[in-house]
Design a protein around this ligand. Structure first.
Ligand SMILES: C[S@@+](CC[C@H](N)C(=O)[O-])C[C@H]1O[C@@H](n2cnc3c(N)ncnc32)[C@H](O)[C@@H]1O
Length: 421
């Protein structure tokens, strides 16, 4: 059982959320009011025509929205991973919808946060325009200057809070180095073929047809699992299984060595064969594919997606739920995924799968951070790295999936341009 990073007791999360809400409200007020007063005192908008004043005000709202967006995403991460929030209404909405689908939970938590932030705007309007009405030296320009300054102060505050929260979550989320228990992962995710794997294996079976035959295939971040490996056995000359953790590779080794305590992958082999068109796979069919897979796996390798590799590239790389599930930071995801893309030789094929817009998934009683990325992030990264996006990128919503912390996945089969790299 993993220690140390379980969610805090629920009363602790409520208490932390309440204190954080009060502190954050005061801090926001302080920063925004100071910025507004500073803008008025400095007379930064004095002499501007009315249309320009309005344009500046609109731009300041846009900046505020962008800062707030960073903070809203960070707040979702915080809720998913620790159960606490910097806004107690957001936490209440999250808890009320805890048994609903992740998307509903996220929507509720975000709405709670937004509502509070909008309510906080009212005193600024009342203050600014009230002063303009009753106090002679304060005119409409001053009121708008104050609001624009306050918005920019609030934008900076929300952005800083968002970045700080994201850094905190990264620090608080479970760590692969200390908290990953392969047996918990296998028990929670791989006792039966769940909807995400029905979709993933079906997609991979279809797309591996486009791989170069009789060449080695690399699995990057295979974990303690083999469920995606069976489909490559008829295609590959060799299969190389890479993961960061020795404990995961040891679990794979147990299966290769026919250890009686090794995980039972037969439901997944059956599903793979069914996806390949075998109408009713027999025990012999399953055994045959297991043996072929054992014969094809020739290397278990230690890999670290955070670092570039000097190894030769592979014609086919399969990396499922790895980069997105190894970090809660989208920038770290991009670096990691970029290194995975680098492993594919020009003209080669990448099959990949990622959790869609998830901020965390549970294994045992701990939560690992997820990068919150989606198909747009993947396309942008591939275009930047390979110069083009050539292949299929699919989004699958998961309706009957047990709640592990995600409600959708992205599946992609991407060919690296032949002349690239
Ligand atoms: C959610 S598991 C996915 C495992 C498997 N591909 C699957 O579909 O079930 C994430 C995997 O990423 C691996 N991982 C974490 N940090 C890594 C790193 N820095 N480099 C490579 N793999 C890493 C973990 O060891 C783990 O096996």
């Amino acid at each position: 059982m993993a220690l140390g990073v379980a969610r805090p007791a629920s009363w602790t999360a409520w208490a932390v959320s309440a204190v954080a809400t009060v502190l954050s409200t005061y801090a926001l007020d302080l920063v925004a009011t100071a910025a507004g007063l500073l803008a008025v005192t400095a007379g930064v908008l004095d002499g501007l025509a009315a249309t320009w004043l309005v344009a500046v005000l609109v731009a300041s709202y846009l900046a505020w929205y962008l800062g707030l967006r960073t903070n809203l995403v960070a707040n979702l991460r915080l809720l998913e991973v620790t159960g606490a929030s910097t806004n107690v209404l957001s936490k209440a909405a999250f808890e009320l919808t805890r048994r609903r689908r992740p998307r509903v939970r996220r929507w509720a938590a975000t709405s709670g946060y937004l509502l509070t932030e909008l309510a906080k705007e009212v005193p600024y309007y009342a203050g600014a325009f009230g002063a303009a009405l009753v106090a002679d030296p304060v005119d409409a320009t001053d009121a708008i200057t104050f609001l624009a300054g306050a918005n920019l102060g609030a934008a900076a505050y929300e952005y800083a809070l968002g970045r700080g929260t994201t850094a905190y979550v990264a620090h608080r989320a479970a760590s692969f180095d200390t908290d990953w228990v392969p047996a918990d992962y296998l028990r929670d995710y791989y006792r039966e073929v769940e909807p995400d794997e029905v979709a993933t294996i079906g997609f991979f079976v279809r797309e591996i047809a486009g791989a170069c035959r009789a060449r080695p295939v690399l699995y990057f971040g295979t974990g303690p699992t083999l469920h995606h490996v069976f489909l490559a056995a008829p295609v590959a000359s060799e299969i190389h299984l890479g993961d960061y953790l020795d404990a995961n590779l040891a679990e794979v080794r147990r299966w290769l060595d026919r250890d009686p305590g090794a995980h039972d992958w037969r439901p997944f082999v059956r599903h793979t064969l069914a996806c390949e068109g075998v109408a009713a796979p027999t025990p012999d069919d399953v055994r045959h594919r297991e043996e072929l897979t054992r014969a094809r796996v020739t290397r278990l390798v230690h890999v670290d997606g955070r670092c570039p590799s000097s190894e030769p590239r592979w014609a086919t790389v399969v990396s499922a739920y790895c980069a997105d599930s190894a970090t809660g930071d989208p920038r770290a995801w991009a670096t990691f995924m970029g290194h995975v893309l680098d492993r594919v030789e020009p003209g080669g094929l990448l099959l990949t799968a990622m959790l869609r817009r998830s901020h965390g998934y549970r294994v045992g009683d701990v939560t690992f951070a997820s990068a919150g990325v989606d198909e747009g992030d993947l396309r942008r990264l591939v275009r930047a790295r390979w110069g083009a996006v050539d292949g299929a990128v699919e989004v699958h919503e998961l309706r009957d999936q047990p709640d592990h912390g995600y409600a959708g996945i992205v599946l992609a089969a991407l060919r690296r341009p032949a002349g690239h790299g």
